[in-house]
Design a protein around this ligand. Structure first.
Ligand code: AMP
Ligand code: GLY
Length: 419
């Protein structure tokens, strides 16, 4: 069975390397891929949101499975498009993808299935007055979320009521385009964040390694939000008792809710959680793996990822094995100077032969035979060790060896987790 993997980031490079380990004599194609993935499969230049083009490639290349990296094709309905074809799609239906593509939908879902989450109210232009009343009743800070996909930028956290009310008006007046036609106003949860991941065939699930992501650009979690500057797995403050609560209060009711709603869901669920005291709350669902979380999760997966994918495709995930290494992984993202705002592309990257860490390309491409930068997040460097210190030491030794003009990274990834 040939596999087509959609996406071009560090997440997809990491998925591609795991697939390549288990694929045997079959072929891996990556669309559009990046400079790191060309050694693992063949990069193909197709628009991953053009399902007819994807289908054309699938039928000409004996593709049996499509693995979807990012959310956009899922929200656009790629799983529904291929539903009655012999090709299996690893990724939920459009209805399932609404868990990520509509915050209002996901909040209603959580409320209906008693899944712990922040108190909220969804407002539209004609109910703005109720929104302002709701803000009056909350205490600072105030969380406002665009209902739709807004490239990770749709969440605002405001310190005072006046700012929150003005921001609500701006959002409803198109600050994030159509994505903020509806706005979810939320109670602020004061705690510590972590991410938990599962893979599911819609009925059975397997829990993947958990991770902590470092979202801000600056040291000590300061400055603008990014897609993620680094990650560590496992999260030391997520002990067995806490993870047990995550499973019973969040994972099980989520799967049961999808079943009750008749929503076809075959793929990953990423639970963005807040640990408040010792209780888990869902901040958000994503319907894909995280980036850079994947770069620490998959290196810890010892069993075959293709076996899990086949379990999803054939609805027998419960019979498949999952083995996870008890080692710790840490990843550090090298980014372009200026990211997450404006930055230049096309800087030549030098990567010596590195053996004690894994290199995952994100925004890279080949130009005139050289590897050059092609995005804000450029390369993730993952180290593995017996503890966070060892994993970080390896990752940072790789970070030092890779160079390009304007290379920036956070030097404090995982430091808050060291005791
Ligand atoms: P989201 O896109 O929903 O993950 O939100 C982006 C970030 O905003 C999260 O990673 C949290 O750091 C923060 N956030 C979102 N919702 C809340 C909340 N209810 N309380 C505290 N922080 C939040
Ligand atoms: N690192 C956060 C995300 O993938 O959404």
């Amino acid at each position: 069975m040939n596999i087509l993997l959609l996406g071009s980031g560090g997440r997809e490079h990491s998925i591609a390397s795991k697939i390549q380990k288990d694929i045997g004599n079959f072929s891996l194609f990556t669309a559009p891929g990046n400079a790191g993935m060309i050694h693992l499969g063949e990069n193909v230049d197709i628009d991953i949101n053009d399902f007819e083009a994807v289908n054309d490639f699938v039928s000409k290349n004996k593709i049996g499975m499509i693995v979807v990296g990012p959310e956009a094709p899922l929200a656009g309905g790629i799983a529904d498009f291929f539903e009655n074809s012999p090709v299996s799609v690893i990724g939920p239906s459009k209805a399932g993808a609404k868990l990520e593509s509509s915050k209002d939908f996901s909040k209603k879902f959580m409320l209906k299935y008693s899944i712990p989450t922040a108190k909220y109210l969804t407002v539209e232009k004609n109910t703005i007055a109720q929104g302002k009343d709701f803000i009056e009743k909350l205490s600072a800070p105030y969380v406002l979320k665009a209902d739709g996909l807004a490239a990770g930028k749709g969440v605002l956290i405001l310190e005072n009521k006046q700012e929150a009310k003005s921001a609500l008006e701006e959002m409803l007046n198109g600050k994030f385009g159509e994505a903020s036609n509806k706005v979810v106003i939320e109670e602020f949860l004061d705690g510590i964040e972590l991410s938990v991941f599962i893979i599911t065939d819609g009925k059975n699930y397997k829990i993947l390694p958990n991770a902590k992501d470092y979202k801000r650009i600056g040291e000590g979690d300061t400055g603008l939000n990014t897609g993620g500057m680094g990650a560590v797995s496992p999260v030391p403050f997520a002990d067995a008792g806490f993870l047990n609560k995550v499973e019973t209060k969040i994972i099980k009711p989520t799967i049961q809710g999808l079943l009750n709603e008749n929503i076809s869901y075959k793929g990953f669920i990423f639970f963005g959680l807040m640990k408040v005291g010792n209780e888990p709350f869902v901040i958000e669902y994503n319907v894909r793996l995280g980036d850079p979380e994947t770069e620490v999760i998959l290196p810890r997966l010892e069993s075959s990822i293709i076996d899990l994918f086949e379990g999803v495709a054939f609805n027998d995930l419960k019979n498949r094995e999952i083995r996870i290494s008890d080692k710790t992984t840490a990843t550090v993202m090298l980014v372009s100077d200026g990211y997450p705002e404006d930055y230049e592309k096309g800087k030549e990257i030098t990567i010596p032969n590195i053996t004690d860490c894994e290199i995952f390309h994100a925004g890279t491409k080949i130009k005139d035979g050289k590897i050059v930068t092609n995005g804000g997040r450029v390369i993730a460097v993952t180290g593995m060790g017996n503890n966070i210190e060892e994993a970080l030491k390896k990752a940072y030794s790789g970070v030092e060896k890779i160079n390009f003009e304007g290379k920036k990274y956070r030097s404090d990834i995982g430091k808050d987790l060291l005791f």
